[in-house]
Ligand binder design. Structure first.
Ligand code: GTP
Ligand code: ZN
Length: 221
């Protein structure tokens, strides 16, 4: 029937997020297999190198189109694949730990969606446990999943915060990202000293300035 979701359809990236927070993808984004994507991207990248006048018979360059294609699909943009969304299991908070938990200095590697060059930085996340606690590594995995896509830092920050709110079943979540954008450093304004900070404070972090200050103190800001 028209407009009814197909129960057999593949999961869509970000279907659990509000429309404004979703990474823009075409509805047929998953029509191709990974190998088909790699083959297609290789061919196009070969053409780019060709247009630049590079000699693709050189043994150092010959494998580059496929290397780049594999890097895009398997590494840089693997967070576009909803199958990679981390499963965040919660545990009972038997220890009755009720203070802020901070995971700081999470390695962040993303890609600027305007220039397709790296964004490199750190993410710091915190939450206030209620009845549940979460395995620490899942916090890093959530950051990585949303980072490994073409991104702008504002959307990345909000996607991570929203995912944590949903999976930790609390609004009491804070996310702060500090990152260097290679598009700012290596081209255009060529500024290698500036960096970009973004933050999202949910629930009690948004309401209570002393909680925010405590978070910033714990991450060394
Ligand atoms: N808000 C935001 N802007 C970003 C991010 N990453 C890159 N940009 C900016 O996106 C803008 C794109 O602007 P354009 O004027 O279309 O592109 P451009 O001519 O390459 O801009 P310049 O970098 O100033 O040379 C640039 O100002 C980038 O610095 C991000 O994560 N968030
Ligand atoms: Zn950029």
């Amino acid at each position: 029937m028209a407009n009814q979701p197909d129960p057999g359809a593949a999961p869509q990236t970000d279907a659990h997020l509000a429309l404004s927070l979703r990474t823009p993808l075409r509805p047929d984004a998953f029509a191709l297999s990974e190998e088909e994507k790699i083959a297609g991207i290789s061919e196009h990248f070969r053409h780019i190198m060709d247009l630049l006048g590079l000699d693709l018979t050189d043994d150092s360059l010959a494998g580059t189109p496929r290397r780049v294609a594999k890097m895009f699909v398997h590494e840089w943009f693997r967070g576009l694949d909803p199958a990679q969304r981390p499963e965040v299991r919660l545990f009972d908070n038997r220890y009755e730990y009720n203070q802020m938990l901070v995971e700081r200095d999470i390695t962040l590697f993303s890609c600027c969606e305007h220039h397709f060059v790296p964004i490199i930085g750190k993410a710091h996340v915190a939450y206030l446990p209620g009845q549940h606690v979460v395995g620490l590594s899942k916090l890093n995995r959530v950051v990585q999943y949303y980072a490994r896509r073409p991104q702008v830092q504002e959307r990345l920050t909000r996607q991570i915060a929203e995912e944590l709110k949903q999976s930790l079943q609390t609004d009491d979540v804070a996310v702060l990202i500090e990152a260097d954008h290679l598009c700012v450093m290596s081209r255009g304004v060529n500024d290698t000293s500036s960096s970009t900070l973004t933050a999202e404070y949910g629930g009690r972090f948004g309401q209570d300035e002393s909680l925010r200050r405590e978070f910033l103190r714990l991450i060394g800001k």
